[in-house]
Design a protein around this ligand. Structure first.
Ligand SMILES: Nc1ncnc2c1ncn2[C@@H]1O[C@H](COP(=O)(O)OP(=O)(O)OP(=O)(O)O)[C@@H](O)[C@H]1O
Length: 271
C-alpha cells in the first residue's frame, strides 16, 4: 500500500516561497485505480514526484508497504505527459522500452522477452525496430506506456499521460490502460485535469483544491466494470459523479480562501 500522510511541499524560501501543497493525505491500496484531479497548478505533478521519491516533501511522510520512500523505489514505474522528451530519439522503440530494465533484469534474453510482451500489449508488436520520430504521437505515448509495463512495476504512476494526443487516441489509450490493469493487477495512480477521464477510469477520485492544496474530497466511483466509453458515460450515475467533481473543482478554482482538508466523503454515502 502506498500512503501519503500530511504531505506539505513549499518551493523556495522567504519571500520567494511558493506553498504548493498544504496538507495531503491519501492511500492507494494494492490493485486499486486512483485518479487525482485538481485545478491547474494545484500541485498534482508535485505529489507524483514526491510519491516516486524524486522530490523531498517539506514535511509529512510517503511510505510504500510501510517503508519510507526517500529515493525512487524499484516497485514503481512512471509515465509522463511529454513522450517527446521521455523517449530517446536516437534509440529504436525496443531499445527505449528496454532501457530501464538493465538495472533490474540481468539476462538479455529475459529483457528482450519483456520488451516484446509489453510492445504486444500496447499493440506495437511490429514496431520494435522503428525510431520514435517515425511514429505518431499516440504511438509514441504507447511506447512510453510499454516502457512502464515492461518493467513489471507493482505501481504505475501516470502524470497526464494522454494530454498530448487527440481525443480518439486518448479514448483508445484510456481503454488500453484499463485492459492492462485487468490483465496484470498493477496498481494505478493517475493524475489528470480531465474530470470525465478520472471518473471513467478510477475506483476512487481524489479531488485536490487550488493551491495551497489540500484534499477536498475522495469520491468513491461505484460504476460497474468493465467500463465502456459509450455505455459507461451514458449512465445517470456517471453524470452524477462527474457533476459532483466538476462542482468541487469549479468552486475551488473560483474561491481564493485557504481550503480545509476533508479526507473521506463520497456522494454515495449521502444517498
Ligand atoms: N521547481 C519549482 N519551483 C518553484 N515553484 C514550483 C516548482 N515546481 C512547481 N512549482 C509551483 O508549484 C505549484 C504546483 O505545481 P505542479 O506542477 O505540481 O501543479 P500541477 O497541478 O501539476 O499543474 P498543471 O495542472 O498546470 O500541470 C505551481 O504553482 C507551480 O508554479
Amino acid at each position: 500500500m502506498l500512503s501519503v500522510t500530511n504531505l506539505r511541499k513549499t518551493y523556495g524560501f522567504g519571500g520567494q516561497a511558493v506553498e504548493a501543497i498544504r496538507d495531503l493525505t491519501l492511500t492507494v491500496g494494492k490493485g486499486e485505480f486512483v485518479c487525482i484531479v485538481g485545478p491547474s497548478g494545484a500541485g498534482k505533478t508535485t505529489v507524483l514526484r514526491c510519491l516516486c521519491g524524486l522530490l523531498k516533501p517539506s514535511s509529512g511522510t510517503v511510505t510504500l508497504d510501510g517503508v519510507p520512500v526517500t529515493r525512487p523505489p524499484k516497485q514503481i514505474a512512471s509515465v509522463f505527459q511529454d513522450y517527446s522528451r521521455s523517449l530517446m530519439p536516437w534509440f529504436t522503440v525496443q531499445r527505449n522500452v528496454g532501457l530501464p530494465l538493465r538495472n533490474r533484469y540481468r539476462s538479455a534474453a529475459d529483457r528482450a522477452e519483456r520488451v516484446a510482451t509489453a510492445l504486444d500489449a500496447v499493440g506495437l508488436g511490429g514496431f520494435g525496430d522503428r525510431y520514435p520520430w517515425q511514429l505518431s504521437g499516440g504511438m509514441q505515448q504507447r511506447v512510453a506506456i510499454a516502457r512502464g509495463l515492461a518493467y513489471a512495476p507493482e505501481i504505475l504512476l501516470l502524470d497526464e499521460p494522454f494530454a498530448s494526443v487527440d481525443a480518439q487516441t486518448r479514448a483508445d489509450l484510456e481503454d488500453l490502460i484499463l485492459r492492462v490493469r485487468d490483465d496484470t493487477g498493477v496498481t494505478m495512480l493517475l493524475v489528470t485535469h480531465d474530470i470525465d477521464e478520472a471518473v471513467y477510469l478510477a475506483d476512487r477520485v481524489v479531488v485536490m483544491s487550488a493551491r495551497p492544496s489540500v484534499v477536498l474530497e475522495t469520491v468513491q466511483v461505484d460504476l460497474p466494470r468493465p467500463r465502456d466509453q459509450m455505455a459507461t458515460k451514458r449512465l445517470a450515475r456517471f453524470a452524477e459523479l462527474r457533476a459532483h467533481v466538476l462542482t468541487l473543482i469549479r468552486r475551488t478554482a473560483l474561491d481564493g480562501s485557504a481550503p480545509t482538508p476533508h479526507h473521506h466523503s463520497t456522494i454515495g454515502e449521502r444517498r
